[in-house]
Design a binder for this molecule. Structure first.
Ligand SMILES: Nc1nc2c(ncn2[C@@H]2O[C@H](COP(=O)(O)OP(=O)(O)OP(=O)(O)O)[C@@H](O)[C@H]2O)c(=O)[nH]1
Ligand SMILES: [Mg+2]
Length: 326
C-alpha cells in the first residue's frame, strides 16, 4: 500500500493511505530493517506492508521511501567545519511551498531569519510565501518595504481576517510552515483546519514563545467549495530559533537574494562578494539605488557567518533548540 507520512513520534510513523477518504483511520507504522539508515520524515511518500488496517494496536512496516520531489533542510549551525554545522535536519519532504510565518509584533519580525528561510526555499526549489501574522498589533510596512524589490507573495493575518486569500494559495499543494516560536503557526492551522486542535501557547513577556509545538504534523486542508481536486496539506512545525544554512553553497546563497543577482554580472570571475572584494559589483548596484543596502548587508552577514566570522544567526538569540523538529 502507498501512503503519506503525516507525523513522526519516537520511531512510530503515522501515515494516511492513498485513496483513503479524509475520515479513514490513520495507519501506524515502524521502519522495516531494509530501509537501513534512511530517515523517514513528514511528507514522505512510502510503501507499507503488514497490518495497514488502522485498527487499534495494528502496526505496519515502511519498506520503501519514494523519491522526494523536494527536501527542506536546515542545519544547527552555518559553519560546515563544525559538528553543529554538519548536523543536518530534514524538516520535511515533498513540500511545494514554504510558508514563512513571521509575527509583526510579539515576537517582533526578524528579516535576517526570513532571509535565511528564503535562501533555504530557493535552494530546495520550494516556492516561498510570506505570512505576516498579528497584523492587529503592528503594521506590515517596514517588512514589506524591505522586500519591495522581490516578487515575494505575502498574506496578512489578524485574528478576525478572512482566510480566503491564504486558502487559495494553499489549495492543492503541500505547504510547510516555518517560523519562530509564538508567531502563531498553530493558531493559523487551527483556523484553516478546525478539527486539527493543535495546542497553542502564550508568548512570554520577553516576546519569545515557549515552543508549544514539539513535532511536525501534516494536516489535510478542508475541500474548497466546488473543487473536486486534492485540497492540499498544511504542515505545522515547531518554532525554531535559527535556520542554519551550512548545507547551502556560498554560490547558492545568492539565489535567496534575487534582487542582488543582476548586480553581480560585472563582478570579476570568482568574486566572493564580500565587503573587502574591491571590484564587487554589488556596492555600485546598491549605490545606484538598484537594491536596498539592508539587503546587501544581510547577504554579506550570511556570507560572513559561513566563514565563522560572526554570530551564525546574525541575530542576538541564544542557542538551543526544542526537541523534535526534523
Ligand atoms: N494578537 C494576536 N495574537 C495572535 C495571533 N495569532 C496568534 N496569536 C497568539 O500568539 C500566541 C502563540 O501562538 P501559537 O499558535 O501557539 O504559536 P506557534 O507559532 O505555533 O508557536 P510554537 O508552537 O511554539 O512554534 C497565542 O497566544 C496566540 O493566541 C494574531 O493574529 N494576533
Ligand atoms: Mg505551534
Amino acid at each position: 500500500m502507498e501512503g503519506f507520512v503525516i507525523a513522526v513520534d519516537r520511531g512510530r510513523y503515522t501515515c494516511v493511505l492513498d485513496d483513503a477518504g479524509p475520515r479513514a483511520a490513520t495507519v501506524t507504522a515502524m521502519r522495516a530493517r531494509e530501509l537501513g539508515r534512511k530517515s523517514v520524515v513528514v511528507g514522505d511518500r512510502v510503501a507499507l506492508v503488514g497490518d495497514t488496517s488502522g485498527a487499534p494496536g495494528a502496526l505496519a512496516r515502511i519498506v520503501r521511501i519514494a523519491e522526494r520531489s523536494s527536501v527542506l533542510r536546515r542545519t544547527a549551525d552555518d559553519d560546515e567545519t563544525t559538528a553543529e554545522g554538519r548536523l543536518e535536519r530534514v524538516v520535511v519532504a515533498n513540500a511545494d511551498q514554504l510558508v514563512i510565518v513571521s509575527a509583526l509584533a510579539d515576537p517582533p519580525p526578524r528579516t535576517g531569519f526570513i532571509d535565511r528561510c528564503l535562501v533555504a526555499a530557493y535552494d530546495a526549489d520550494i516556492e516561498p510565501l510570506l505570512c505576516l501574522t498579528k497584523a492587529d498589533l503592528a503594521g506590515p510596512e517596514t517588512v514589506l518595504d524591505y522586500y519591495a524589490e522581490l516578487e515575494l507573495p505575502y498574506v496578512l493575518i489578524r485574528p478576525d481576517s478572512e482566510l480566503d486569500a491564504l486558502r487559495a494559495l494553499l489549495a492543492g499543494r503541500v505547504s510547510v510552515m516555518v517560523g519562530h516560536s509564538g508567531v502563531g503557526k498553530s493558531t493559523l492551522v487551527n483556523r484553516l483546519v478546525p478539527e486539527a486542535a493543535r495546542a497553542v501557547g502564550t508568548v512570554s513577556a520577553i516576546g519569545r514563545g515557549r515552543h508549544t509545538s514539539t513535532s511536525a504534523v501534516a494536516l489535510r486542508l478542508p475541500p474548497t467549495p466546488g473543487g473536486d481536486e486534492e485540497p492540499g496539506w498544511i504542515i505545522d512545525t515547531p518554532g525554531v530559533r535559527s535556520f542554519g544554512l551550512a548545507h547551502v553553497s556560498a554560490d547558492s546563497l545568492l539565489h535567496g537574494f534575487p534582487d542582488l543577482v543582476e548586480g553581480t554580472v560585472d563582478c570579476p570571475a570568482n568574486c566572493p562578494h564580500t565587503p573587502d572584494a574591491t571590484e564587487c559589483g554589488l556596492d555600485a548596484w546598491v549605490a545606484a539605488g538598484k537594491a536596498d543596502p539592508r539587503r546587501l548587508a544581510s547577504y554579506r552577514r550570511l556570507l560572513a557567518s559561513r566563514a565563522g566570522d560572526s554570530d551564525p544567526r546574525g541575530e542576538p538569540e541564544s542557542r538551543g533548540e526544542p526537541p523534535g523538529l526534523g
